[in-house]
Write a protein that binds this ligand. Structure first.
Ligand code: MCA
Ligand code: AMP
Length: 511
């Protein structure tokens, strides 16, 4: 293992950067940040962080809205050899406390609105510096960078130094910090850039959040490696996305982006004339969405599959058949197999758990060596927890999940975390959280609650106390009260029965 700037992710991204006056980011008001300006600004963040004493692999935890400054901050952390830890802006202060206690960051960057609370939490964990960035990219972090000299020096790294920690919710209630190395991110970025055939002239429409693998790594790294401009939007707003489509060539999105586009009459084939690629992932894309999209636009959405722990794993081909309801083939360098629960490898066509191996697979969960070990086979394959099948040619279809997980609008929600909070409420005996089909979010959260005898509870008695403890996207959209939960002979709650009972809840309401 050698320490070298060559092993730093930023070295590779910067080699892809366009010439200094080429556009890098195009903002909603049409102002343009060039690659030269971006490089200079990133170099200022790198210097500022080093002046704060940031050392190789020190963590910088960031809970800030998407802006050009938060993107430059990310790249500045990488250039400075630090470890970037983005946090969903919807997380509450009580959720934030856990992340700070676990990541033990050197620097925390938050929104000015939460500065007081974040400083209080940070002081309990000896965080050295708390800085701010607002949704316009203004604040003390930005000021600090503005006052620093820009440097082009890239800090030497080992290829398995941790470049990023991304928290994924845990099935036991505690979130796990997936540690992604420089090499994990470099290898995945390179493969995707080539597999999806990025070409000069590409323009990426970027409407995803940048606190997750999809928006931060998959989307930004492809564009930066290609030296392409990105239409950089704070969030997915249908009107703004429609405005930019005519001059974009590539869009990446969660299935909700595509269903929202389809439900808008202004979304036409003509508007997509310049587009070469629509990519979907993070949650299953319904085959009917794929078909309707092709009928409306002539484009076949390219569906791919990935996870925080491994970046992108499989993809439908760029040229060749993109089959609705499948996630395509293991990406070059990635090995995939289907196994039963004991690890016995199954044959083509059988249904089992998808296991994967490759340079994209993470180093482990921070501070959780046992949990990490449980999720790997002895021969190094990572057990994804997704139920899948693979045909003779290696094409993979995801058919379910072996983990109790809800994916709502591309965001993962672990029922256990919500059940634990509800079960603690006065008047509650127990609860079950299920995901049911939802026309906009794909799946939506529903609570089924057993009240204590004699307790009359209403939906608000359950949802209101969770507000402030859990991010709002996790809150149940509906609550049902029952006398008892259905259980099998082993005493396990039969969530499949509850899901079946409520499967039309949102579909009927919306029609
Ligand atoms: C917002 N809300 C949600 C969600 N988002 N509720 C359930 N599920 C959601 N995903 C709630 C808010 O709490 C709020 O409720 C209300 O909806 C409006 O909030 P707003 O922010 O205006 O919502 P939106 O703009 O309509 O956002 C929906 C969205 C967004 C565009 C689907 O959630 C989104 O951009 N999702 C993408 C997430 C993503 O990047 N996932 C990739 C993870 P209230 O009013 O009650 O407060 S990476 C990954 O999964 C792997 C690696 C992979 O394969 O990619
Ligand atoms: P995350 O933990 O946020 O990284 O989410 C990863 C999970 O999202 C995977 O384990 C899958 O369950 C799911 N996922 C991602 N892409 C797809 C897809 N194209 N089809 C079905 N599920 C997907």
């Amino acid at each position: 293992m050698t320490l070298s700037p060559e092993n730093n992710l930023y070295t590779h991204l910067r080699r892809g950067f366009g010439i200094d006056n080429a556009p890098c980011l195009i903002l909603p008001d049409n102002s343009v940040i060039t690659y030269g300006e971006a490089r200079k600004r990133i170099g200022q963040y790198a210097t500022a962080l080093k002046q704060l004493g940031l050392k190789r692999q020190d963590r910088v935890s960031v809970q800030a809205e998407k802006s050009i400054e938060s993107l430059f901050l990310y790249l500045g952390v990488i250039q400075a050899g630090g470890t970037y830890n983005p946090l969903n802006t919807a997380y509450t202060q009580s959720e934030l406390e856990y992340f700070i206690s676990d990541a033990h960051p050197h620097v925390v960057v938050c929104d000015p609105k939460t500065e007081t609370g974040t400083k209080e939490i940070s002081s309990r964990y000896n965080v050295k510096h708390v800085l701010c960035l607002d949704n316009e990219g203004a604040g003390s972090a930005c000021d600090l960078a503005s006052g620093a000299e820009s440097s082009d020096d890239i800090v030497a790294a080992n290829e398995d130094d941790v470049a990023a920690i991304i928290y994924t919710s845990g099935t036991t209630g505690r979130s796990k910090g997936a540690m992604l190395s420089h090499n994990n991110l470099i290898s995945n970025a390179r493969v995707l850039h080539e597999y999806w055939q990025f070409v000069p002239g590409d323009v990426l429409l970027h409407a995803l959040p940048i606190y997750h693998v999809h928006g931060l790594f998959v989307a930004c790294h492809c564009a930066l490696l290609n030296g392409s401009p990105m239409y950089f939007m704070a969030k997915f707003e249908i009107g703004k996305v429609l405005e930019r489509l005519a001059t974009s060539t590539v869009m990446m999105g969660v299935p909700t982006f595509y269903t929202r586009l389809l439900s808008d009459d202004r979304f036409t084939k003509e508007l997509c004339a310049n587009m070469r690629l629509f990519i979907s992932g993070s949650a299953p894309l319904l085959a009917e969405t794929h078909i309707e999209f092709e009928q409306r636009t002539g484009h076949r959405i390219l569906e791919r599959y990935g996870m925080t722990e491994a970046g992108m794993v499989t993809s439908n081909p760029y040229r060749g058949e993109r089959v609705a309801g499948t996630v395509g083939f293991a990406l070059p360098g990635v090995e995939a197999r289907i196994a039963d629960e004991n690890g016995k490898i199954l044959k083509a066509g059988d249904i089992g758990v998808l296991e994967i191996k490759g340079p994209n697979v993470f180093k482990g969960y921070r501070n959780m060596p046992e949990k990490t070990a449980e999720e790997f086979r002895a021969d190094g394959y990572f057990i994804t927890g997704d139920i899948a099948t693979m045909d003779e040619d290696g094409r993979v279809s995801i058919v379910g999940r072996n983990k109790d997980l809800i994916i709502s609008g591309g965001l993962n929600i672990y029922p256990k975390e919500i059940e634990t909070e509800i079960d603690d409420l006065d008047g509650v005996t127990e609860s079950a959280i299920i995901g049911v089909p939802h026309p906009d979010f794909g799946e939506s959260v529903v609570a089924v609650v057993v009240a204590k005898p004699g307790c009359e509870l209403l939906q608000n008695d359950i949802v209101d106390p969770l507000n402030g403890r859990l991010a709002r996207f996790k809150l149940p959209k509906r609550v049902f009260f029952v006398d008892e939960l259905p259980r099998n002979t082993m005493g396990k709650v039969q969530k499949n029965i509850l899901r079946e009972q409520h499967k039309d809840l949102f579909l009927i309401q919306s029609s």
